[in-house]
Design a protein around this ligand. Structure first.
Ligand SMILES: [Zn+2]
Length: 287
C-alpha cells in the first residue's frame, strides 16, 4: 500500500493519514517478537458503526432484565424476557443454538461460574447472586456483556465478591489502551482479586467479538503484565473475568455439557464489558 492510496480500512482517508503509522509500528513490534493483531482483528469505521447498534440493543436487553429480575422468578422467565425483548427489537439472541446451547441467555447462580442454562425449575431465591450474560446479533453484528444481580438481601460475603468483581473489571478497563498488552489488563484484574483473597478462573476467558460471536484473540485474566497481544485502535474484545471466592478450579456439568461450577462449591461472580480500543483509550460498547 502506497502513502497516497486510500487506506485499507475503508475510512476514505489516505493511507499516510490513517493506518500507515500504526502498520509501521506493528511491523517493528512484530520484528521484536511481540504478538500483534493482524488486520482482520481491527474493525473498520463502517463495521464499528454497525457493531455499536448491536451493542446498544444488548445494553437495552440487560436493562430490561435489570428492571424485571426478582426473587420467585425462574431462570426460564429471564430467558423469556431476553428472547422477547431481543426479537421484538429486530435482534437474535446469539447464544440460542450456538454450538447446541438450548436457550437465549446464560444464567449462572452462586457457585455456577458461567454457562448456566435457564430452567423453569430453577427459581431465584432471596440471597442469590446471579450472572446474566446477554449476547445479541443485530444485522449480522455481534455484541456481548453480562451483569451480576443480587436478589433481595444477600450476605456480606456475596456482596463483597460482586463489588470486588466490578472493581476488577474497572481496573482492567483502565489498562485497555493502545500499545498496552492484554496481559496488562489481566495483571490489573488478577492482582486486585488476589489482594482481596479471591482467585481468577484460568482457561475460560474473554474473546474478540463483533463480526462473530467469538473471535481471536483469546483474552486471559491471569497472564503477566506486559505479556500477550499488543492493543491497537480498532480491536474489540470482552473484559469478563470470573472471580471465585475460593479456588479457581472448576468442573463442567456432565449431564448438560455446559454449566461450569466451582470445584470447592464456593461463590463465583463475573461481570463482562465489551470494549473497543480507541486512539486514546477504550470505549465500553455494552456493559
Ligand atoms: Zn485506515
Amino acid at each position: 500500500m502506497e502513502r497516497n492510496d486510500l487506506c485499507w480500512c475503508g475510512s476514505g482517508k489516505k493511507y499516510k493519514k490513517c493506518h500507515m503509522q500504526i502498520d509501521d509500528k506493528l511491523l517493528l513490534l512484530a520484528a521484536k517478537g511481540e504478538i500483534v493483531p493482524d488486520r482482520s482483528m481491527l474493525k473498520t469505521p463502517a463495521q464499528i458503526e454497525e457493531i455499536k447498534k448491536s451493542a446498544e440493543l444488548n445494553t437495552a436487553v440487560l436493562d430490561y432484565v435489570a428492571a424485571n429480575i426478582k426473587a420467585g422468578m425462574s431462570t426460564a422467565q429471564i430467558d423469556n424476557l431476553v428472547y422477547t425483548y431481543t426479537t421484538e427489537h429486530g435482534g437474535i439472541p446469539a447464544p440460542l443454538g450456538y454450538e447446541g446451547f438450548p436457550k437465549s441467555v446464560c444464567t449462572s447462580i452462586n457457585n455456577e461460574v458461567c454457562h448456566g442454562i435457564p430452567d423453569e425449575n430453577i427459581i431465584l431465591q432471596e440471597g442469590d447472586i446471579i450472572n446474566v450474560d446477554v449476547s445479541t446479533i443485530l444485522n449480522g453484528y455481534f455484541s456481548d456483556a453480562s451483569r451480576m444481580f443480587c436478589i433481595g438481601q444477600v450476605s456480606e460475603r456475596a456482596k463483597k465478591l460482586v463489588q470486588v468483581t466490578k472493581e476488577c473489571v474497572e481496573l482492567g478497563l483502565k489498562e485497555a489502551k493502545p500499545w498496552n498488552h492484554l496481559g496488562d489488563i489481566a495483571y490489573a484484574i488478577n492482582s486486585h482479586a488476589q489482594a482481596n483473597g479471591y482467585s481468577v478462573v484460568e482457561d475460560i476467558g474473554g474473546h474478540g467479538i463483533g463480526l462473530e460471536f467469538h473471535e481471536d484473540p483469546f483474552v486471559s485474566y491471569v497472564t503477566p503484565k506486559g505479556s500477550e497481544m499488543v492493543l491497537v485502535p480498532g480491536m474489540m474484545f470482552t473484559i469478563e473475568p470470573m472471580i471465585n471466592e475460593g479456588s479457581p478450579d472448576f468442573f463442567v456439568d456432565e449431564d448438560n455439557g455446559w454449566t461450569v461450577y466451582t470445584e470447592d462449591n464456593g461463590l463465583s461472580a463475573q461481570i463482562e464489558y465489551m470494549v473497543l480500543i480507541t486512539e486514546n483509550g477504550a470505549e465500553v460498547l455494552t456493559k
